[in-house]
Design a protein around this ligand. Structure first.
Ligand code: ZN
Length: 467
């Protein structure tokens, strides 16, 4: 063989080997990123890969086998395969799904609880939810040490959650005392007074009526104001105090058999003033030179009250609203209503009136519906406040069945007496009353009666109290 051929063959062999080598040369197959750890619930995102050989991109030929179960913790393999010239190239990426999230404990009720010193904490409850395990409430361990309640739970991946509830034992709430009967009471000199009773309760200890200490006393033989004090203390030392004022007053001079006023007619007009009737009544009284008494309300125009006062009559108080439900709702409500009309009169006449008449009279029973016993209280209490109240002993019945002037006239004159002070109930808002007035006055004058207005010196004429 000649050298030439040998060299040629060698070259050919070299060429064959090199082209085979180049042909079977493995591609560059690279995964972007390494093994991946995912949090449970986090989506897997392919980070990508590159496959090149001599500058040519083979990535589209890669097949991916992905066995990830995102609902289950664990380590999974993603297999990347590339078949090139009958040879299979593989890359593997490991994907681990882990749970590093703590479970969440939720407490029922407040995290910081204050309870009475004598109370035991009763568990308000709780729930524990884990992102992977779900409800693991039954795995919660509860420990109560020194009024710190600790709740601890660990999920299947070993993540532990802990929460503490603090229990504070204290009592900063005062007890309270409820008085039976009215706080302000009035009795007549020489009559007995008995404690109407009371109850005391405490937020922690319940009924502590037996712990109430009562101090003070009432001297029924001496007029004056007496204070009875009620004090109570709970076991912690919170205390509460209240009091009652008992006024002992002289029994007022009342009466229907008052000798000084025998044969005197006191004309009294309630519920006004009223445009159209009150002014006519005032005209008649002026003409006849008779003085009368007006128990006014908040109705009607101011100028009629001014006229009543300027023309020498007594402007007395009936209440502002005359509404039974308002007036007799409570003692406070009564005074509130009375004060309103008192202020009106004061504003118009520049004089404070202390002469009053209860709507319905002191004998009314309608007040029972709104407040039991209120008339018993009020009839004494108004006296202790310096008021004089007047009922009547002759009823014209002009607010009832007397619808004509002759009926009003007859109801009045047939009941007049020379042996008493005649307190005549009429209403200056009534037309038959204004029409009967001249005749009534003429009858009185012709039969030897005199007329007078009620003043603070007039002995009270009062009914029997029925409520
Ligand atoms: Zn009335």
């Amino acid at each position: 063989m000649k050298k030439k051929y040998v060299i040629g063959i060698i070259i050919i062999i070299i060429l064959l080997i090199s082209s085979a080598t180049l042909f079977f040369w493995p591609p560059s197959f690279k995964l972007k990123g390494n093994n991946i750890t995912l949090k449970y619930g986090q989506d897997y995102k392919e980070p990508g890969y590159t496959v090149t050989k001599f500058g040519k991109d083979y990535s589209k030929k890669v097949k991916i086998k992905d066995k990830i179960n995102p609902k289950k913790l664990g380590t999974y393999e993603i297999i990347y395969e590339l078949k090139l010239h009958g040879i299979t190239y593989k890359q593997i990426r490991k994907v681990t799904i882990t749970d590093k999230e703590k479970p969440k404990i939720t407490l029922n009720g407040n995290q910081n609880i204050t309870i009475c010193p004598n109370a035991n904490y009763t568990e308000d409850g709780y729930t524990a939810i884990d992102n992977y395990d779900g409800d693991i409430t039954d795995k919660v361990q509860v420990k109560n040490e020194n009024n710190k309640v600790t709740y601890q739970v660990t999920d299947s991946s070993g993540n532990t959650a802990k929460i503490t509830r603090t229990i504070t034992k204290e009592d900063k709430t005062k007890p309270s005392i409820t008085l039976k009967g009215n706080q302000n009471q009035t009795i007549y000199l020489g009559t007995s007074w008995q404690e109407p009773g009371y109850t005391a309760s405490d937020n922690c200890e319940g009924d502590i009526t037996n712990k109430v200490v009562v101090t003070g006393s009432v001297n029924i033989k001496k007029t004056g104001s007496y204070k009875i004090t009620y004090t109570v203390k709970d076991n912690i030392g919170n205390s509460f105090e209240t009091y009652r004022i008992i006024k002992v007053i002289n029994k007022p001079v009342t009466n229907n058999t008052n000798t000084n006023a025998k044969g005197v007619i006191y004309l009294t007009f309630d519920d006004g003033p009223n445009e159209g009737t009150t002014n006519v009544i005032l005209d008649i009284l002026k003409k006849e030179n008779v003085k009368a008494t007006f128990f006014v309300t908040n109705k009607g125009p101011d100028y009629l009250i001014k006229r009543e006062y300027d023309e020498g009559h007594t402007v007395a108080l009936h209440t502002a609203s005359h509404d039974y439900a308002t007036v007799y709702k409570s003692v406070d409500s009564y005074y509130n209503d009375l004060t309103q009309v008192q202020n009106r009169v004061k504003r118009i006449t520049k004089t404070e009136s202390k002469i009053i008449r209860f709507p319905g009279g002191s004998s009314n029973t309608v007040s029972k519906k709104y407040s039991k016993g209120i008339m018993t209280t009020l009839t004494k209490d108004v006296l202790s406040k310096g008021y004089h109240y007047f009922d009547w002993n002759i009823d014209s019945d002009d607010a009832g069945s007397a619808k004509s002037s002759s009926a009003v006239y007859n109801n009045v004159v047939r009941n007049l007496s020379k042996n008493k002070a005649n307190i005549v109930l009429m209403h200056d808002i009534k037309t038959p009353t204004k029409d009967a007035l001249t005749s009534i006055i003429k009858f009185g004058k012709n039969n030897g009666y005199t007329f007078a207005k009620i003043t603070m010196d007039t002995p009270m004429v009062t009914h029997k109290v029925n409520n």
